[in-house]
Ligand binder design. Structure first.
Ligand code: FES
Ligand code: FES
Length: 213
C-alpha cells in the first residue's frame, strides 16, 4: 500500500509530464529547425525596386509588407500616417504613378518600378508645395495627423479634375470640369479628419485650384 508521500509524488510526476507535452506542442516548427518547417507564417522575401520621391530605392521585403509599412518602417518616411490600417481613413494616402492610393491597403511588391510620392516629396519647409502653403494659410488642420494624407489627396484630386475625370457628383459629363465645393467634398470623402477641419481644407484646395476661396 503506497504511503501518502508516494501518492503525492506520483501526482506531481503526471502533472509535470503533461505540462512538458503542452509546451512542446506550442513550439513552432520553425523554432525547432526542422527541414519541413515551412508554414503559412514563414516570411517569403522578395526584392522590390521603387522610386520614392525621385530616388530609386531597392528593398528586400516580406511579401506581406504593405506599401505604408515599407515607407514607414523600411525607408523611415514617417510622414504618411497609419490611422485605421483598413482603408477607411485616408491618413496613409500617397500618390502612386499619379493616382492617390491608400498605402495601407496595397502590398509594396505590387508596385515594382512605381513612382511614389509621399508628403516628404511634395515640398520642404523652406520650399512648400502650394497645397502645403494653402493648408497653413487656411488652417486646414488642427492636430495634423490626417494632414499628410489630406494634402496628397488634395494634390491628386485637383489633377483628376484638371484631367476631366468625372466623379459621382459631376452633373454634366460633356461640360468642362469645374472645381466646385461639391466636387472637392465628394472626391475628398475618403480622407477623414477627426478634428473637423473640412471647410478649411475645401478653402485651401479652392485657392490652389485658382478659384477665389
Ligand atoms: Fe490607410 Fe486608414 S491608415 S486608410
Ligand atoms: Fe486632426 Fe485632421 S487635423 S485629424
Amino acid at each position: 500500500m503506497p504511503s501518502f508521500g508516494e501518492n503525492e509524488l506520483s501526482r506531481r510526476d503526471v502533472m509535470a509530464g503533461a505540462t512538458a507535452c503542452a509546451a512542446l506542442a506550442a513550439v513552432p516548427a520553425r523554432a525547432e529547425g526542422r527541414p519541413d518547417a515551412a508554414g503559412p507564417d514563414r516570411p517569403v522575401l522578395a526584392k522590390v525596386s521603387l522610386t520614392v520621391n525621385g530616388q530609386r530605392r531597392e528593398l528586400e521585403l516580406d511579401t506581406r509588407t504593405s506599401l505604408l509599412d515599407a515607407a514607414r518602417e523600411h525607408l523611415h518616411l514617417t510622414g504618411s500616417k497609419k490611422g485605421c490600417d483598413h482603408g477607411q481613413c485616408g491618413a496613409c494616402t500617397m500618390i502612386v504613378d499619379g493616382r492617390r492610393i491608400n498605402a495601407c491597403l496595397t502590398l509594396a511588391v505590387m508596385h515594382q518600378g512605381s513612382e511614389i510620392t509621399t508628403i516628404e516629396g511634395l515640398g520642404q519647409p523652406e520650399n512648400l508645395h502650394p497645397m502645403q502653403a494653402a493648408f497653413i494659410k487656411h488652417d486646414g488642420y488642427q492636430c495634423g495627423y490626417c494632414t499628410p494624407g489630406q494634402i496628397c489627396s488634395g494634390v491628386a484630386v485637383l489633377a483628376e479634375i484638371k484631367a476631366g475625370i468625372p466623379s459621382h457628383v459631376t452633373a454634366d459629363l460633356n461640360a468642362p470640369m469645374q472645381v466646385t465645393d461639391a466636387e472637392i467634398r465628394e472626391r475628398m470623402s475618403g480622407n477623414i479628419c477627426r478634428c473637423g477641419a473640412y471647410s478649411n481644407i475645401v478653402e485651401a484646395m479652392t485657392e490652389v485650384a485658382g478659384r477665389p476661396a
